[in-house]
Structures are given as structure tokens and as C-alpha cells.
Design a protein around this ligand. Structure first.
Ligand SMILES: NC(=O)c1ccc[n+]([C@@H]2O[C@H](COP(=O)([O-])OP(=O)(O)OC[C@H]3O[C@@H](n4cnc5c(N)ncnc54)[C@H](O)[C@@H]3O)[C@@H](O)[C@H]2O)c1
Ligand SMILES: [Zn+2]
Ligand SMILES: [Zn+2]
Length: 380
């Protein structure tokens, strides 16, 4: 089969690999029909994620058709169209029982923090991902769901991560009716978080980024006010000015460890690896939220020390909430919103690229070329 293969930072290509085999009775093999590239894949692509092994296949957003099932699989049959959440989890451990699917205790021998994630380095279990023609889906009775007939395949694909994560980011904000919600980052996760904030009762939604074409998307898709942080002297002061000098009720960080906007942070993180990443968006969030407010962190950060303004967070009495999204937990509500016509997730997709040309897809998305917001990988 053809699969995307990592060959080192900024080097990915398509190679021939064996079709994965059933390794455990509850495995399924899924023939991938659509996959996507996530902002999280860029951290791997840029060589920022520890233990990203050469030869591995990325891809944690994918849908497909069940090709083979192990002998204990009961919920799926060959031929079923399935959407697969980006988390691999057992569904029965202490954490899964609390709904913390992304923190499953049984699927990742290398870490006590994150559980299993498809195609997301050996720090997330070392599983191969779905940017390929076939993928092994462990614990097939737990993660995947059959795609309802009425659901557009690209909407199903968005449910596997970006949409569920944006929605989860808004949920963790504990938005109260009328709240002012500021979202840092107008990528797929930020756009979905901003749109979700309205569904949860926000009174105002402001999106911050430095890419004008993405801010335009934030206005059109998420009905948000926007600020280009390069066009104001100080984005925190600007946000304070726009919120009666109190600050936002809720901030959502949809940027993560590769934030732009502060050269010193960038150099110490990206160049000298002195920090696990540049926490500039997170620090702006801590500064821009009001005292007693909530900062929801969806942006991904490495485990190492970063110069986060934790003292300010403490002294302002902030609530900081974060996790890798337990994607499937959001599905029931998201399906309702999509079916009722309140949400059309596929509207954020800008590029559809065949698997053979995935290297170009990574390059476009990483360098933010050709107004790229979200890239779908096709296999037929
Ligand atoms: N928690 C989870 O479960 C989860 C799931 C998916 C993605 N993520 C993470 O969410 C983040 C966003 O993902 P994405 O797919 O939207 O990625 P993306 O790269 O498309 O979007 C990030 C956006 O942030 C903008 N940005 C950079 N610096 C900024 C700053 N200082 N202030 C405001 N905006 C800034 C960029 O211009 C870009 O538009 C990534 O870190 C990704 O790893 C987390
Ligand atoms: Zn992702
Ligand atoms: Zn578990």
C-alpha cells in the first residue's frame, strides 16, 4: 500500500509499505478513504516532537471502510463506513471510565500523561497513522463509529479531531451566557472553537491571528470580530481596551508551542531547544483574560519547561483547563448541531490533495501558502 512516511524534519514522502495486519483480536484494518493534516502533524513535521521515528506514518484524522476485523470485534463488520477518533483508548480503565479517553492508561507504555494517538510519535504509543491507504485500528469496538448515512464524509472527517477539539476547547471554557470569548489562533481548531463558543451562549467572540486570510475565515465562518496581532502595538492592551479594561471572560489557546509573535521565545524554543515551545499565545491569554476567568488550552505543548506566566495565572485566580480532546465524547452533541444545520464543518476545508502528493500538502499547510486552512488527503 501507499503510505506517507516521515524521513526527518520537513521531509515526508509516499512509500510502499505492507498492508497492516490484525495483531490483536480486537483490531480492525480500515481502508482509508479520506484523511487530513492537522496542526499537530506540523509539530512532528518540524521535528519538535520527541521520539518521532524515521519511517513512521502520521495521520490521526481519517475515515474509511472496514477491510478486516479481528475475531473479537462485535460492533463493526467488513464494509462498514467508519469515522475513527484520533485517540486510541481501551474504554474500561480508571481514566476511560471518567471520560478521559485521551488519558487512557492501557494504550501507551511510554508515558503516564497522554494515551494513544494514531501517527503521533512513540511518545503517544508509536502507532502508525491514517495518512495511508490502510491503517490498523486497535480496540476497534471502542473508538470507531459507523458514519450515519446522512452525514457528509468530509463532516465526518472533521469530527475525528479538529471539530471535536474546537468544541471541547469551548466546553472547557465553561462559557456563561453573554461571555466575551477570545480565541488565539485562526487555524481549524481556533475556527471551530470560535464557532462553538456561540453555540454555548457567548455574547462576543474575538479571534486573534496574524494571517489575514485566516482572520477573514474567522469572520465568515465563525462570525467573529478579529484582531491581527501584527497590526496593533500590544495585543493584550488592545484586548483590554475592547473589554472595558477588565479582560475577556474566557480565552481559548488554539495555537500551541509553535506560536509566533515573540522573537526571544521563538529562538529559545525552536532554535536552542531551551524550552518545550514558545508559550507566547498562552501568556497573552493569561494576560488578556480577566481576573477569575478561564483559560482553555487546546494548543499542544511539549512536556519540557516553558516560560509560562504561571505566577500571574495564580495571582489572578485563573482556572486553566486543558487536555488532548477526548474526541468521541463530543460526537453526540456535534451530530445534533450538524443535523440541525447549525454547523457545516467542511466549510473550512480549502485543499483536497491525493495521497501521492502529500508532501506538497504538508508544505502548503506548514508555510501557510495558497490561503491554506485545512487540507484533506484523498486516496481514490
Ligand atoms: N488538544 C487537542 O486535542 C488538539 C487537537 C488538535 C490540534 N491541537 C493543537 O491545536 C493547535 C492548533 O491546531 P490547528 O490545526 O488549528 O493548527 P494551525 O497551525 O493551522 O493553526 C495555528 C494558528 O495559530 C496562529 N498563530 C501563531 N502564533 C500566534 C499567536 N501568537 N497568537 C495568535 N495566533 C497565532 C497561526 O498563524 C495559525 O493560524 C496546534 O498546537 C495543535 O497541535 C490540539
Ligand atoms: Zn490533531
Ligand atoms: Zn483506558
Amino acid at each position: 500500500m501507499k503510505a506517507m512516511v516521515y524521513r526527518g524534519p520537513y521531509k515526508v514522502r509516499v512509500e510502499e509499505k505492507d498492508i497492516p495486519k490484525i495483531e490483536h483480536p480486537n483490531d480492525a484494518i480500515v481502508r482509508v478513504t479520506r484523511a487530513a493534516i492537522c496542526g499537530s502533524d506540523l509539530h512532528l513535521y518540524h521535528g519538535m516532537m520527541p521520539d518521532t521515528r524515521v519511517g513512521s506514518t502520521f495521520g490521526h484524522e481519517f475515515i474509511g471502510v472496514v477491510h478486516e476485523v479481528g475475531p473479537s470485534v462485535q460492533n463493526l463488520s467488513v464494509g462498514d463506513r467508519v469515522m475513527v477518533p484520533f485517540n486510541i483508548y481501551c474504554g474500561t480503565c480508571y481514566f476511560c471510565q471518567k471520560g478521559l479517553y485521551s488519558n487512557c492508561h492501557n494504550v501507551n507504555p511510554n508515558a503516564t500523561a497522554v494515551g494513544g494517538i494514531y501517527g503521533y510519535s512513540h511518545t503517544s504509543g508509536g502507532y502508525d497513522g491514517g495518512q495511508a491507504e490502510y491503517v490498523r485500528v486497535p480496540l476497534a469496538d471502542v473508538g470507531p463509529s459507523i458514519i450515519p448515512d446522512w452525514l457528509h464524509e468530509e463532516d465526518a472527517l472533521m469530527m475525528t479531531d479538529a471539530l471535536a477539539t474546537g468544541y471541547f476547547g469551548a466546553q472547557l471554557g465553561d462559557i456563561v451566557e453573554g461571555d466575551t470569548v477570545v480565541v488565539f489562533g485562526a487555524g481549524p481548531v481556533g475556527l471551530f472553537a470560535a464557532r462553538s463558543a456561540w453555540l454555548m451562549g457567548a455574547g462576543r467572540v474575538v479571534v486573534v491571528d496574524h494571517l489575514d486570510y485566516r482572520l477573514q475565515k474567522a469572520r465568515e465562518f465563525a462570525f467573529a470580530e478579529t484582531i491581527n496581532f501584527t497590526e496593533v502595538n500590544d495585543v493584550v492592551v488592545e484586548l483590554k481596551k475592547q473589554t472595558d479594561w477588565l479582560g475577556a471572560d474566557v480565552v481559548i489557546d488554539a495555537v500551541g508551542a509553535e506560536a509566533d509573535g515573540n522573537l526571544l521565545q521563538h529562538i529559545t524554543a525552536a532554535k536552542f531547544k531551551l524550552q518545550g515551545g514558545s508559550p507566547i499565545a498562552l501568556n497573552w491569554g493569561i494576560d488578556a483574560v480577566r481576573k477569575g476567568g478561564t483559560v482553555s488550552v487546546m494548543g499542544a505543548y511539549g512536556p519540557l519547561f516553558s516560560a509560562v506566566k504561571f505566577g500571574d495565572a495564580m495571582n489572578k485566580g485563573l482556572t486553566i483547563r486543558t487536555n488532548q480532546a477526548p474526541a468521541k465524547r463530543q460526537w453526540p452533541r456535534l451530530l445534533e448541531h450538524i443535523q440541525a444545520g447549525r454547523l457545516s464543518p467542511r466549510d473550512i476545508i480549502t485543499h483536497r490533495i491525493p495521497l501521492e502528493h502529500i508532501a506538497e500538502g504538508y508544505h502548503l499547510f506548514s508555510a501557510k501558502l495558497d490561503d491554506c486552512v485545512k487540507t484533506v488527503i484523498t486516496t481514490d
